[in-house]
Design a protein around this ligand. Structure first.
Ligand code: NAG
Ligand code: NAG
Ligand code: NAG
Ligand code: NAG
Ligand code: NAG
Ligand code: NAG
Ligand code: NAG
Ligand code: NAG
Ligand code: NAG
Ligand code: NAG
Ligand code: NAG
Ligand code: NAG
Length: 369
């Protein structure tokens, strides 16, 4: 019997071993699927960022993302259901690993120098630090990140835009309005072909808008108000056929408004002001039937106001003041239910249209009832 026992014993042991192995495997499987951990480097980077910005509400650890994608969300929404202020840090996990992919830290009055350590979060797709008091400059290393959104709107960031930002092939939104940025716009930015929004207003950029920007044919929104630029308004803006909003106010650039603007038929908001000479006639905007806001103030425009403005039935605000427009105000314009119309400081003649609120003969400011 011993031999048979002996024969049997290894069999049970083998079976037990097999079962144990299966259990262990299942346990490990279970364990690993629960253990979705952030890499140590990302934890350290986020801790360093928090300390540099003196922001104390992220208590980040390796398991901060387990069991859900969100690290910490505390926010207050505005009337359009957008985050007005708050923190929203999002992770993306597979069965074993997590990575920080989105960081929004908005309107929290955060101070400090813009931390270069964001570049250590190598899976980061969004940095949105809108409306804080962050200073310092944009680190060139941000160009290594797979960003789709970089928004530093309304801070105290200074220095130039590093040309490396143009290396971010995934970048769709570059929102840098209302900072202290200066220098020339990097030509390399024209390589970031995914860009849909470039918002640069209210900074101190100089030089021209690089020719390479003509390659950014996915742009829907371009704003560059209040920078002191030089040269002529470029004709390559005609490449931006998807554009719905163009803000180009107070840049000191030379006119005329390029004729290629007539190709931008999806524009709903067009604001160009304060061009220096030479003078030109009114640009051809006849196919821009979705226009809601049209401001061409102080652009050295001559000739008459085109009749087709009256076919822009969605027009709310029209400002053609401080030009050299002459002739009569077309009757067709009276059919549009404007909120405001500014036609003052031109050389318009004839009777003041019946629809106008009459204040000054050359100043038609019409508040709609
Ligand atoms: C960020 O990455 C750099 C370079 O890889 C490294 O030297 C540094 O220690 C990292 N910093 C943090 C806070 O992880
Ligand atoms: C999230 O933020 C709140 C403060 O807004 C803080 O009290 C809480 O500890 C944070 N939670 C985590 C997990 O970081
Ligand atoms: C938080 O961020 C994620 C990723 O960008 C986004 O999907 C989500 O809508 C955000 N939450 C709020 C309230 O904005
Ligand atoms: C999880 O993602 C990491 C890279 O972040 C990868 O190395 C790993 O193989 C992935 N694991 C699974 C199970 O997909
Ligand atoms: C930021 O500062 C402003 C002005 O001091 C204050 O009104 C606002 O409540 C502050 N916001 C937060 C989130 O602390
Ligand atoms: C940046 O802001 C901090 C305070 O948040 C200040 O101590 C520092 O001097 C500022 N640096 C620059 C270059 O303005
Ligand atoms: C341009 O936009 C279209 C549609 O949104 C998209 O399919 C395409 O990939 C974009 N091109 C680039 C270079 O990102
Ligand atoms: C903008 O640049 C001009 C000329 O370089 C300089 O005089 C001015 O102080 C700058 N403004 C700001 C807000 O940095
Ligand atoms: C636009 O893109 C084409 C193709 O990639 C390139 O050859 C050309 O140099 C670019 N134009 C400018 C002005 O950078
Ligand atoms: C953009 O415009 C430039 C100059 O106007 C032209 O040479 C170029 O071919 C255009 N690029 C695209 C992609 O349409
Ligand atoms: C203009 O807008 C229409 C309607 O939204 C859209 O179908 C069309 O593709 C747009 N044209 C361009 C060039 O983006
Ligand atoms: C306006 O659209 C019409 C019809 O599509 C077209 O024939 C005409 O050339 C366009 N005009 C301009 C200035 O783009």
């Amino acid at each position: 019997m011993k031999p048979s026992h002996r024969q049997y014993a290894p069999a049970t042991t083998g079976l037990k071993l097999l079962m144990f192995t299966i259990c262990l495997f299942q346990f490990m499987n279970e364990f690993t699927s629960l253990a979705q951990l952030l890499p140590v480097e990302e934890v350290e980077a986020l801790q360093t960022i928090a300390s540099r910005l003196q922001y104390s509400d992220w208590q980040v650890a390796r398991n901060s993302c387990s069991g859900g994608g969100r690290l910490n969300i505390t926010y207050s929404l505005n009337s359009q259901n957008l985050v007005r202020f708050g923190s929203n840090v999002t992770c993306t996990c597979n069965t074993t690993e997590c990575h920080i992919t989105h960081i929004q830290l908005k309107g929290l009055n955060v101070t400090g120098v813009l931390p270069e350590e964001f570049a250590n979060l190598t899976f980061l797709e969004e940095i949105d630090l809108s409306r804080n008091y962050i200073n310092g400059s944009i680190p060139a290393r941000f160009g290594e990140l797979p960003l789709t959104i970089l928004s530093l709107l309304g801070n105290r960031i200074s220095g130039p835009i590093p040309s490396e930002i143009g290396d971010i092939a995934t970048l769709e939104e570059l929102v840098l309005e209302d900072n202290l940025l200066d220098g020339q716009l990097p030509s390399n930015l024209g390589r970031a072909r995914s860009l849909r929004r470039i918002l640069l207003s209210a900074n101190n950029f100089t030089g021209t808008v690089p020719e390479s920007f003509g390659n950014l044919t996915n742009l829907t929104d371009f704003r560059i108000d209040g920078n002191t630029l030089s040269g002529r308004m470029p004709s390559f803006i005609g490449n931006w056929t998807r554009l719905t909003r163009l803000d180009w106010q107070g840049t000191s650039m030379e006119g005329p408004i390029p004729s290629t603007i007539s190709l931008l038929t999806n524009l709903t908001e067009l604001r160009i002001t304060d061009l220096t000479g030479p003078s030109s006639t009114f640009p051809d905007l006849r196919n821009m039937t979705s226009m809601t806001r049209l401001h061409l103030r102080n652009c050295m425009l001559t000739g008459s106001i085109p009749d087709y403005i009256g076919q822009m039935t969605r027009l709310q605000n029209l400002d053609l003041s401080f030009n050299m427009l002459d002739g009569q105000v077309p009757d067709s314009i009276g059919r549009v239910s404007f909120a405001t119309v500014f036609l003052n400081n031109n050389s318009l003649s004839g009777n003041i249209p019946a629809w106008a609120f009459v204040g000054n003969r050359k100043m038609l400011v019409i508040p709609h009832p």
